[in-house]
Write a protein that binds this ligand. Sequence first.
Ligand code: FMN
Length: 340
Amino acid sequence: MYSLLRPLAFVFDPEDAHHHALSAAALAARLPGGLGVMRALYSPRKARPVTVWGLPFPNAVGLAAGYDKDAKALFGLAALGFGHIEIGTVTPRPQPGNPKPRVFRLSEDEALINRLGFPSLGADVVAARLSGPRPEGVIVGVNLGKNKDTALEDAVQDYSLLARRFAPLADYLVVNVSSPNTPDLRRLQAGPALTALLSAVRAARDETPGRRAQPTPLLVKLAPDLSVEDLRESLTAAIDAGIDGVIATNTTLNRDGLKSPLSAEVGGLSGAPLTQRSLGALQEIVRFTEGRLPVISVGGVMTAEHAQARLDAGASLVQLYTGLVYGGPDLPRRIVEALA
Ligand SMILES: Cc1cc2nc3c(=O)[nH]c(=O)nc-3n(C[C@H](O)[C@H](O)[C@H](O)COP(=O)(O)O)c2cc1C
């Protein structure tokens, strides 16, 4: 079905196509009977639940951050069968992001390049939405980022404010220090900076009651472009700060082996070219931490086989974004059923 619809979707500018898809998911959830139809079409017939950080995930497959930045379509996206949905990146104050065009479709490579730069409606709007009705059973994470005009030295204040704000609303929190589209953000991944940042955010989280009978799990999302040495340094910093888990990985700045004429666009690359890189990062994390830190593996998960390989390599959960663009809305169901 999607193979017929995809050429139509690909007529639109990629960012417009994404907004249409998100609006359709939000609308379907509001129309009488709409959710029932979506569930009949897309909800998995079988699933294997997993418990991580004491949280009951209905299955191991989640929607990666960036798809529903402002928590606009939680019900519709949950009906696609995702076991968890990561909202955000949310910034403290609203901001528009970078000038358009800022998302590019590299069809020949089954990839995207984006340089969105955290467009966000801001913490107030997203917190109000998360305080309303939520789809049952689906775990909702909130991914946190600093405002563009917050100096890097003051980033800790942005993240701490967000942690306090969202600890009571989120099932887990993510400190995003790996987007390539906010100037210098990735510098926060360096050992001493990361220990300071994560310790402060953890303290903010600790002083705020969570949604459940435990502190809200705190994760850090890392880039795929760290050398093995730098990755180990980031992991040591995260462990020292008492972090609960890692999300690996964000988009890459690497452009090796691409065929598309758009490959020179500035921004973060996602999708198929990231599959091996992201798996490699996962393997290194599992090796270095001896499997003691739960990992959500994301990056180039385009098929059920890719997802299974991540779990086999020691990931607790997987996420996808670009796979949905190329594989279609029934990809989560196909993966969840294959993993069951
Ligand atoms: C258009 C777009 C926007 C994204 N926005 C965010 C974001 O706001 N925060 C974040 O942590 N990751 C963001 N990501 C990265 C994804 O969450 C994911 O880490 C990355 O795309 C690799 O997964 P994939 O190959 O399945 O897409 C974005 C990715 C894309 C394609």
